[in-house]
Every structure is written in C-alpha cells, then in structure tokens.
Write a protein that binds this ligand. Sequence first.
Ligand SMILES: [Zn+2]
Length: 311
Amino acid sequence: MNSQKTIKKNFTLSGITLHSAEISNIKVNPAPANTGILFKRTDLKVPHIESLLNANIENVVYSELCTKLSNEYGHSVSTIEHLMSAFHGLEIDNAIIEIDKAELPILDGSSLEYVSEIERAGIKNLQAKRKIINITRPIIFRDNDSYIKVTPANNMSINYTIVYDHKLINKQNFIFDLDSTYNYKNIISNSRTFGFKDEVEFLRDKGLIAGGSLENAIVLDDDGIMNQSVLRYDDEFVRHKVLDFIGDIYLLGYRVRGNFEIFKGGHRLTHELIKSIMSDRSNWKYKDDILDSDEITFSSLNHKKKLSASL
Ligand SMILES: [Zn+2]
C-alpha cells in the first residue's frame, strides 16, 4: 500500500521573514491521515477555526512575490512555497504548522533547512492510503510568452526553462523527475531564491522585501553576483524555479502524475494551471480509478456467474 506519511515528532524553526522583516517562529507537528498541510496562526486572538488555513488552491490569493494563503475570515500566511516544496519532495502528506506571524521565515532562501529538520524528526507511515491523481488530457495556461503545460504521464516530471537577459543566466533548462526523496534533497532543495539589484532596490522603496539580504537570496548585478558566497550550481537559478514549482503544485492537494513543461514560469502561472486542472473533473482521475472499476466489473461478473449457476 502506498500509505500517507507524516513526521514522527515536532520541530521548531525561527528566522527573519523576507517581506515584513520580523522574526517568525514555526512549530511543525505530526498530523493524522487526511489532514493535509494545515497552518495555524497562534498569534491571533480569534476562535480556533478562524486561525486555520488549509494549503490548497481555494485559499490561494494573488501575491506578486510569493505564495500566500488567506482564509474566509481574512487571515493569511505568506511565503509558504519553500516549506510546501520540502513536504512534497520528502513525501509528507500531513502536517500542522503553528506560526506566530503572517509569514514564514525565509531561512537561506532554499528549502534545505526544512528538509534537514523533517529528516531529523523522522518520517512515519500512517494507516491510510495516499490518493494520487493522474492528468487525463493536455492542459495549457499561457500568459504573453510564458506558458505552463501538463500532459498525461506515468510519473511526475518537470521540464523548466527560464530566460533572463543576464550573462550568468541567459537561458537555463532543467529536467527533473519527482520520484525520489534522495534526488529532491540532493539536486533541488539547496537552490536559493534570486533577484536583480535594480528590482531589489525598487521593491525596497515600496516597503517590500524588507528582510531580504545577501544571507537569504542571490542578488545579481551587471558584473555577476553580489554575494560573498559562490553559486551552489551554475544553474542554481532554474533549479530554484523547480523548487518553487514543486511547492506550488502541491496546492492541488494531492500528489500528481503528469509531464509539466514550464517556460518562463512563476507562482501565478502555476496557480492558474491548478485552477484550470481543477475546474473540470474530467481533467484528472484518481490513480486507482481504473483498478477500482476493474474490480467492480470483476465482482459483478462473478456475481453474474453465481446467478447463472444458481439458475
Ligand atoms: Zn522561491
């Protein structure tokens, strides 16, 4: 049985937030089967139910620079994508995250610390079958020259291309199959977020990314990177986009099988694709739908045989 998973014991993490520059403290707890990924704002003096935010596409609200959830009571939690990526990459289906701010810590700009803490806590199998969905037909979402496309496949594969007019990037492509926690950890999880110096100054003037620094993002200027540290990979930029995508696509609420091709993507493009997938029930089916219907046919055949034998 492909069983659902959670963590064995809780862990805590603290750090500065990218946008509000506050110290955010999170406690990640094990959760029972079928909980999904659930955030709880512990700083709000509101009834328990109003402090909860499910990580699914229905709660996603538009945000330019990160992935943000907001519930029906108007409470939100931002910058969830790197933790979501770690959960997806390490196959964690269920967890409850208590958080005392409206934003997760940015840490080093990658998901490596989340991955290390999840591994240290340990992973536990639950007595419930994991639901996986298969994409049944090609679906594409375009925005100017950007697009994201999914086609049916037997595994989850990602083919990501980015294009930036900068000598360290130009055009980068990365192909990754999300079929091994080992590969996620070793190939994707330590790639950091990045930005350009001009853009960073513009956003700072607008009061955004107040907590951003060379400690938690790669910053590019005309000459190269401004950080003291070197790039972790020449193609760290596109690997980070894959990391973000793995986090955002998990807002489907299921693991998914499909071949995803992304050209100049971003958070919003992934969210729009998820909405397109979920807008029509015939776009996807549970992995075991065929098996289930075979079983029904088989048992009804047996039933018919029994009937004819008794006649
Ligand atoms: Zn990111």
